[in-house]
Design a protein around this ligand. Sequence first.
Ligand code: ZN
Length: 184
Amino acid sequence: MSILKVARMGHPVLREKARELTQAEIKSPKIQTLIDDMIETMHEYDGVGLAAPQIHESLRISVIEFDLESERYKNAGQQSLIVCINPKIKVLDKKTSGYWEGCLSVPGIRGFVKRPQKIEVQFLDRNGEKQSLTAEGFLATVFQHEFDHLDGQLFVDKIDNKEQLAFTEEYVRYHHTSEEEELD
Ligand code: ZN
């Protein structure tokens, strides 16, 4: 396995619409290795998720995993590893809630983004099997953030109030309150 280089905001690959994978591709050693490398890269950089365009591959693959019991991420909880290929989202409840999001492709920046908090996601797992699950709260936000990468969108595009866009240091100093959760 290897740790891959992460594309940063401004790299055109982050603005492309990524393409779907075929069943044969999903089962290929090349894609299986890529998924392993994405997982290792997410762990290395302490991300809660990573999408293939972030490692310069314009493919519809995202990985998500977090254990946010630390003080910094209190209330965010835990999610065991999910590998999502060709994902689709259905919003179950349009009511939105916001998190201060961050992104490995936009290092050192935080922004407050409001998104629907109850969704259903359908995707293929790394064996090409169909999966679906319902997600709420922080996990719903993580799915939407990661799947936006597959359509060439970044969280900074979705910040309504530009006063809620900050460098991490200033975010911690002026905007962080215990009620708000973060995403990185
Ligand atoms: Zn991101």
